[in-house]
Design a protein around this ligand. Structure first.
Ligand SMILES: [Zn+2]
Length: 370
């Protein structure tokens, strides 16, 4: 769902990333704040400070989710800020309805608290200079609006998560609760699109058509996100109850460790089209070599570099047991950014699980409607 973004750094061990669409919102906010007086440098300074404080408010909102999540054992890998706010990348879902409820509510609660704080500042700071009063008022308003928008009960918005956790608590059925919450999410998305289009064509004279476009755009995004969450649920459903030996492949290409990269590319990769090779010497597993490893070596050195020089050695490989459950393995792969896991029993390699082969497994199951 989210493409190019660059790293901002770590806060409390969580990686923060900035998506390029975020600059659009930053520019829009700044420009709309400068609007009353373009020629005044004071307005520009205040507008930029306000935009930065708005940015910090969103960071605080996301951080609130993450810290509460972490307290309940849900590790957060990264948070990406983009045009509509922030998206936390969680490697697993909450284990109980209560944990999900608290984690989801923490963000809007934080925004509401920040909004109230700026509200108080505005109330008691009327004597301050006009641009500052305007800034404080805007920040109070935007934080309350942020809390309100996120509380809309369409999954995957915070309100949708709160809604799911309540359904989950009362029905005890996680799958069904998620299904209902994502359907409501899609409904909310579609009504935003519909409302937005209506606003573009029949808007009151003092409104701009742009608000309608914006609303439709948000609706489109929500609808997409809800559908993606639903697909994810279906995937989890198809992997539920399966163990490693049922999804592993035992058909993996083998190469010996003394082959040079030039030979590997010409004789193995070009002829098979495979992107990874299991390195085996005299029946013993030595490691794995991938296209990624090869790309790290400059092309002129391919003739003299051997597979053993660049492979990921056996000591560093991840291993699972044949009867280990697949969902747990998938979580481990996502958390550690691992592409290959060997399935081994009593020191003998029985098969390999790769992300690609898990995905094609899921695709085939869904085509066969299993
Ligand atoms: Zn949130």
């Amino acid at each position: 769902m989210i493409g190019s973004a660059f790293n901002l750094g770590r806060v409390f061990g969580i990686q923060f990333r900035l998506h390029y669409t975020w600059f659009i919102i930053f520019t829009l906010v700044t420009i709309s704040l400068v609007y009353p007086d373009w020629s005044s440098p004071v307005y520009w300074v205040i507008a930029i400070i306000t935009s930065l404080l708005f940015f910090a408010s969103i960071l605080a909102h996301e951080l609130a989710h993450s810290l509460v999540g972490r307290a309940y054992g849900i590790p957060i890998k990264s948070i990406t800020l983009f045009i509509f706010g922030g998206v936390a990348q969680m490697t697993r879902e909450a284990k109980s309805a209560g944990a999900e409820l608290r984690m989801a509510a923490a963000g809007p609660a934080c925004s509401l608290a920040i909004g109230s704080l700026f509200g108080l500042l505005w109330y008691f700071g009327q004597s301050l200079s006009e641009p500052i009063v305007t800034m404080v008022y805007w920040l109070a308003f935007i934080n309350v609006a942020l809390a309100a928008f996120n509380l809309i009960p369409g999954f995957p918005l915070d309100g949708g998560r709160v809604f799911r956790s309540l359904l989950w608590r009362f029905t005890g059925n996680y799958q069904r609760s998620t299904r209902i919450a994502t359907q409501v999410g899609r409904g909310v998305g579609y009504s935003f699109i519909f409302g937005g289009i209506l606003m573009i064509f029949i808007h009151p004279p003092d409104w701009s058509w742009f608000s309608g476009l914006w609303l439709a755009f948000i609706g489109w995004f929500l609808q997409n996100a809800a559908s993606a969450s639903y697909r994810q649920l279906q995937w989890r459903g198809s992997l539920q109850g399966l163990v490693a030996s049922q999804v592993m492949t035992s058909d993996f290409p083998i190469v010996s460790s003394d082959v040079t990269l030039a030979q590997l590319i010409e004789r193995y990769i070009f002829t098979t089209g495979r992107r990874y090779f299991v390195v085996v010497d005299e029946g013993r597993l030595k490691g794995i070599v991938t296209l990624y490893n090869i790309k790290s070596v400059p092309q002129p050195n391919w003739g003299m570099t051997q597979v053993k020089d660049i492979m990921t050695p056996v000591e560093k490989l991840e291993v699972a047991y044949p009867d280990q459950d697949v969902l747990g393995i998938l979580e481990r792969m996502t958390e550690g950014n691992i592409d290959h896991i060997f399935v081994a029993s009593e020191g003998r390699v029985m098969g390999l699980i790769t992300r690609d082969n898990l995905l094609s497994f899921l695709r085939i199951r869904s085509e066969l409607k299993m």
